[in-house]
Ligand binder design. Sequence first.
Ligand code: TXA
Ligand code: MG
Length: 343
Amino acid sequence: MKTKFLKPSDECLQLAANLLVCGEVVAIPTETVYGLAADSTNAAAIKKIFYAKGRPSDNPLIVHISHFDMFKKVAKTITVDAIKLANAFWPGPLTIIVPKSDFICSAASANLDSVGVRMPSNKTALEIINRAGVPLAAPSANISGKPSPTNAQDVFDDMNGKIPLIIDGGACNAGVESTVISTLGETPIILRPGVVTKEDIKAVLGKKILMAKEITEEATNLDKVLSPGMKYKHYAPNAEVFIVKGSYQQFLKFVNNIDEKDCFAMCFDGEEKQIKIGKISYGDINDDESQAKNLFTILRKLDKLGAKKVYVRCPKCTGVGLAVYNRLLRSAGFKVVDLSLQK
Ligand code: TXA
Ligand code: MG
C-alpha cells in the first residue's frame, strides 16, 4: 500500500474523513502523540488498527470524540465525577474510563465492558472527528512496543506501506500520551500519568484520588492489572535503556567510566559538556514539560544514531515528571542503576 503523507489542508481533511468513513485507518496528530484512527463503530476498521500496529487484541483502544453528545453515545452511564473531569479538562489530554455502550464495537474495547474516552484539543484531530461524524478509536501510531510518535516522520517510519494516509500536523505539544483515569469505582484511580496530574484532578474533584501501583512498579499479577496496557513491553527503542538514579556527579563518574562502543548518556540541558561518551539532552532538569515533550523523539533519535545502550538521568518523579518516569521505566524494562545507594 502506498502511504500518503499530507499537510492538513481542507482537501486533505476531507480525504481523511472519507477514508475513515470507508473503514480505513488514518494517522492523525493530537496534542499528546500521533494516533492511528479508525471508525470505532466498525469492527473491520478496528481490526486494521490492531494489524498495522501488531497490537495484542486484548489491549483496548481509546475513543476520541469532538462533542459531549458523542460522550453520551459511547458511555452507558456517566458519573458526576466523570462529568466534572470532562468539563474541567476537555478538550485536552485526559482519558476518562466509563462503562461502555453498545454504540462502539466490542473489538475497540477489547471486549471489556468499559471504554476510555477523550476529546483531544488538537484542532486537526477535532476537525477530522467532526467530518467523519463518528467517534474515532485511536491508539498511539507506533508499532506496538516502540516509543510513541510525536511527529509525522516518526509515524511514517513505523507505518509506511501499512496505512493509506498520514496527516502531518507538526510536532505534538505534550509529547507523552494522555492521563488515563478510571471513574468506574467510588474512588477515581489514575491508570497512566500524563500532563494532567493527580494534583490537577484532585483540585477539580476535591476527593481522594488513587494511583495504580503499576505506574511505578512492574506488574506482578498479569491477570489482575487494571489496564491491559500495563502488561506489555512499551516505549522501547532498539537500544537497551537503563535509568540512573543519583546525583549529577555520580552520573558523570559512572558514564565517564564506560569503555564500550555505542553507549549514550541521556542527560539534561547543559550537562553535555562534561560527558565523554555519546550524549544527548532530553530537556531542562527543572522543566518536566520539556522532558515530556522531547522524551520519545530523543529515544527514536538514539536508534538512528545506532545506540546500543542508553543511560538516562532519572527525572524528578513529581508532577509531569511522574509521566516521564513512568514511560522511561517501561522503555528500560524497569532496569534502574541506583548510584545514590553508593558511598
Ligand atoms: O494520548 C493518548 O491517549 C494517545 C492519543 C493518540 O490519543 N492514545 C494512546 O492510546 O496512548 P494507546 O492505545 O497507545 O494507550 C491506551 C492505554 C492502553 O494502555 C490501554 O490498555 C488503556 O489505555 N485503556 C484503554 N481503554 C481502557 C479501559 N477500558 N480500561 C483500562 N485501560 C484502558
Ligand atoms: Mg500506545
